[in-house]
Structures are given as structure tokens and as C-alpha cells.
Design a protein around this ligand. Structure first.
Ligand SMILES: Nc1nc2c(ncn2[C@@H]2O[C@H](COP(=O)(O)OP(=O)(O)OP(=O)(O)O)[C@@H](O)[C@H]2O)c(=O)[nH]1
Ligand SMILES: [Mg+2]
Length: 460
């Protein structure tokens, strides 16, 4: 099955580049860089590499092309990313699917969303999208990469999501959105965030939210990177995203002789398992391990330790492994008391655990099935979906990823909604939105949706 990616704005395009690199690295690492295309042509058994390639690339007589549409309202980032991919001599983008304009959206959601009335731009984007969809033998859905704070990714990304929902009503649409730094550089970022969230909540299948503050900390504290740049953060996001989206099989099928890779539809499973309830669409990804390159030679992981820590991260709503969570008391889970000092349990609607690497048979995932982790109105067995792959991923011999629909987002959304409301109540910067086609009522509706999301998740 194939996924068509839309890269929007600076973040979307920069992340897209890292993501496709990560995917191709993973495909190549077992076969040597020059053999892939030959192998794809020569073998008739559809294996992991074929499925991974088909998900995100298609072969041409020249370089493999990413199944992607690049979009920005200014040219620089798209041009840079396009050139970098081509210069890799490993893969490229389809030049007919690069859409850029000259003006930028100046961090204004309204400008990106209303596009100054430029319907031609939207048609151009949709034509490129259709072109990519037609290249897919088996199309499974859209992945949109966009930031919440700027104008193009957030505004135009939202507009594109709505248009895709109209034109492809039954397809899965997953938005990977990056939450701005809390002391961010964009003064109206909280407005842009609330407007995007509330609109996407209606049109999208699910929103994977990753926060720049937390990703930055992963880079400094776990990966020991000194001067963290966006490319470091994007590599962390790409690792998480590909860890979840690259082919894996159902736990039940792991020993079957059938060719399971042929029928994999991970987007379908995300839609059905994690986002089956329209009030709950927010997802995040936690993963383990994350270690600096220089520590590889001294580190040896076993499944027991990895899954124990991932489980603690889930319960405590922690974005990285920390020793302070090791004394979490599961017994308190159902009592409504804090599970550790001031940590309340993070309740889930549903989770998808993806484990990759050697000795999968030794991985005991029982703790993730514990019904106390899930809302009590979900049937007992349906909270957890598990996917496995015995192939080590990226540089780790063993790694685990949890795509989770849980209460993780409440503090962050709460905080931004409050800040945005304070600005709105004082009518700060509102004119910039109104002059670009967004009314005060649109703001009020968005605040109402954000409040409703918080209330819904709080109730779990
Ligand atoms: N993690 C990460 N965040 C980014 C990156 N580029 C921008 N951001 C974040 O994205 C937000 C700004 O959005 P951009 O993607 O730059 O904006 P845009 O979509 O290009 O919109 P305009 O430039 O306003 O037209 C800020 O919160 C930045 O911190 C990136 O490459 N990686
Ligand atoms: Mg930009």
C-alpha cells in the first residue's frame, strides 16, 4: 500500500526530506545502495524492502521518486530540499509536484488558509496530489507534514486537508503537526495553533502531535547534541514516524508462512484502531531507546528493560525515559490516586505498539494490555494493537514505538488555549486575521472546539 505525503511550509518540507532519507536508509542498509533498483526489478517475492519502498517511493528509469508533493508559498525551502534530495543521487522528488510561490504567508494562518483568494494555487496542489495518487497501485492515504505556528503549513495545510477530505471522502488523512516552542519565535503562534487544531479536528483522521520543546530536550539530554538545530529535531521526528509507519506485521501473524507484507495497511489500522471515535483524534509517539552514536558499542538492550521503560513513559505521560518514573505504582491505577508522587495516570483510548528487532519472541507486551490503562467503555481486549518486525530498524538492534491516543495532550492544549484566549480578549493582532478573511466568529468557534477537546480528554 502507498502513502502520498504533502510537505507544507518550511517545517513540512524540511521534515519530509529527513523522513524520506530515513525510510530509504532503512531499505538500503541490508542490501547496499546500488542493488536496490536491480533487486526490485529482479525478485518476484514481495518482501519487507519492497513494501517499504512501495509505501513511500516509486521507481523510474532514473532515481526513485518520493510519493510526495512539495508545497510552500515561498521558493527557498522547497528549492533547497529538492536540490539536497537530488544531490544525494539516491532519490529525488518529482519536479512536477513542487509547488512554490513568491510571497510567503508571514506566519499568518488566515493568509495561508484563505490564500488571498488564489484558487489556482489550490487547483495546482490538487492536480499534483491526483498525479501522485494515480501513480499508486494501491493507495492507502495521505500524510500531511506541517507546523502549527507558521502561516503556510498551518493555514494552507489546513485548507488542503479540508479539500482532500472533500475530494477523497473515504481516505485516511493523517496530519503530522509540530507544536511550536513554548517561548516561540512567532508572536501569533497560539492563534495559529488553535485555528489549525480546531479545523483539522473536523477534516483529519488523526493528528500526530510532536512538540518542539520536548524534541529539543531529547536531542540535548538523550542524544547529547550540543547545538541543536532543526535538522537534529527533524531526524528524531523522522525516526519516530518511520518507526511506526514502515512495514510491520500483526503479532498474531508473526510466524505465519503467508506473505504478510503484501496486505499491510498501516493507515487503515490507525484509522480503525486508534481514531475510531470522532471526539478523540490526537496521537503522539513515544519510543525507546534513544542514545547518542558514541554509546552504541557499550549498550546492550533486552526487551524486558525496554518495554518496562516504555510502559512507564506511557503511564506517566513522559516523552523520554527518566529514572524518576521507575517507582510508579500500578496498583494505584484504578484507585484514582497519583501513581507516583504527583503523576496521575495517563489514560488511553487506544494504543499501537510497534516492536522492531531481534529476539521478538522474548518481548512480553502483557503490561500494555492492562485494562486499567484504558477507558472503561472500550471493550477489554481492544485497547492495544501490536505490530512486530524482526528486522532491526535504523541503528538499533531492538526498538519499540508507541503510537498513542491518550490524555498526553491536555496540558499543552490547555496552556495554548489560555494564552490565545488572553490575546483574543484583548483583541491583539485580530485585525491581521480579519483583513485576510477570518472573522471573530471563526475564532470563537475554534476556541469552543479546543475547549471541547480538552473536556473530552479530561473526562477519560
Ligand atoms: N521541528 C522543526 N520545527 C520547525 C522547522 N521549521 C520551522 N519549525 C517550527 O515551525 C514554526 C514555524 O513554521 P514554518 O514551518 O517555518 O512556517 P511556514 O509553514 O513556512 O509558514 P510561513 O513561513 O509563515 O509562510 C515554528 O514553531 C518553528 O519552530 C523544522 O525544520 N523543524
Ligand atoms: Mg515559511
Amino acid at each position: 500500500m502507498s502513502i502520498v505525503t504533502l510537505q507544507l511550509g518550511q517545517f513540512g518540507n524540511q521534515l519530509g526530506y529527513e523522513f524520506f532519507n530515513t525510510v530509504l536508509d532503512d531499505i538500503y542498509c541490508f542490501h547496499g545502495k546500488n542493488t536496490l533498483r536491480k533487486k526490485l526489478a529482479a525478485t518476484n517475492k514481495y518482501n519487507y524492502e519492497d513494501a517499504a519502498f512501495e509505501s513511500f517511493f516509486y521507481a523510474t528509469s532514473d532515481l526513485p521518486l518520493a510519493r510526495a508533493v512539495m508545497i510552500d508559498t515561498e521558493a527557498k525551502v522547497v528549492d533547497d530540499v529538492f536540490t539536497k534530495a537530488k544531490m544525494s543521487k539516491l532519490w529525488s522528488y518529482d519536479p512536477k509536484c513542487c509547488i512554490r510561490k513568491k510571497r510567503g504567508s508571514g506566519n499568518n494562518w488566515a493568509l495561508g488558509y484563505c490564500m488571498d483568494g488564489d484558487q489556482v494555487l489550490l487547483e495546482e496542489i490538487m492536480d499534483s496530489v491526483q498525479r501522485q495518487v494515480e501513480y499508486c497501485d494501491r493507495f492507502s492515504g495521505f500524510l500531511l507534514l506541517m507546523s502549527l505556528a507558521g502561516g503556510t503549513g498551518s493555514g494552507l495545510g489546513t485548507r488542503c486537508t479540508e479539500e482532500l477530505r472533500d475530494r477523497y471522502p473515504n481516505s485516511q488523512i493523517i496530519n503530522e503537526v509540530v507544536w511550536p516552542y513554548s517561548n516561540g519565535e512567532v508572536i501569533v503562534q497560539d492563534y495559529n495553533t488553535i485555528l489549525t487544531l480546531s479545523h483539522l479536528y473536523k477534516a483529519s483522521t488523526g493528528l500526530i502531535i510532536l512538540e518542539n520543546d520536548k524534541l529539543h530536550e531529547i536531542c540535548t539530554r538523550l542524544l547529547k547534541i550540543k547545538n541543536v538545530g532543526f535538522h537534529h529535531i527533524n531526524r528524531v521526528i523522522a525516526h519516530k514516524l518511520a518507526g511506526v509507519l514502515l512495514p510491520s506485521t500483526c503479532l498474531q501473524n508473526q510466524h505465519s508462512k503467508r506473505n504478510d507484507y503484501a496486505g499491510i495497511n498501516i493507515f487503515g489500522e490507525i484509522g480503525e484502531h486508534l481514531c475510531s471515535h470522532t471526539d478523540y483524534k490526537l496521537l503522539n509517539i513515544i519510543d525507546i531507546p534513544q542514545i547518542p552514536d558514541h554509546s552504541f558499542d557499550y549498550t546492550n538492550y533486552n526487551w524486558h528493560g525496554l518495554l518496562k521503560h516504555l510502559h512507564q513513559m506511557l503511564i506517566a505521560n513522559a516523552f523520554m525515559e527518566e529514572s524518576k518514573y521507575t517507582h510508579i505504582e500500578l496498583a494505584k491505577l484504578s484507585s484514582g490516586l497519583p501513581v507516583h508522587s504527583d503523576v496521575m495516570v495517563n489514560k488511553s483510548i487506544a494504543n499501537m505498539l510497534v516492536i522492531r528487532g531481534t529476539e521478538i519472541d522474548k518481548a512480553d507486551i502483557g503490561a500494555f494490555r492492562d485494562s486499567r490503562l484504558y477507558v472503561n467503555w472500550m471493550p477489554n481486549s481492544s485497547g492495544l494493537a501490536t505490530r512486530v518486525n524482526s528486522r532491526p530498524y535504523n541503528k538499533y538492534e531492538k526498538s519499540a514505538f508507541l503510537l498513542s491516543n491518550s490524555q498526553f495532550c491536555i496540558p499543552t492544549i490547555n496552556n495554548v488555549t489560555e494564552k490565545a484566549w488572553n490575546m483574543f480578549a484583548n483583541r491583539a493582532y485580530i485585525h491581521q486575521y480579519i483583513s485576510n478573511g477570518i472573522s471573530e466568529d471563526d475564532f470563537i468557534d475554534s476556541f469552543a472546539t479546543a475547549e471541547q477537546i480538552i473536556t473530552n480528554y479530561n473526562k477519560l
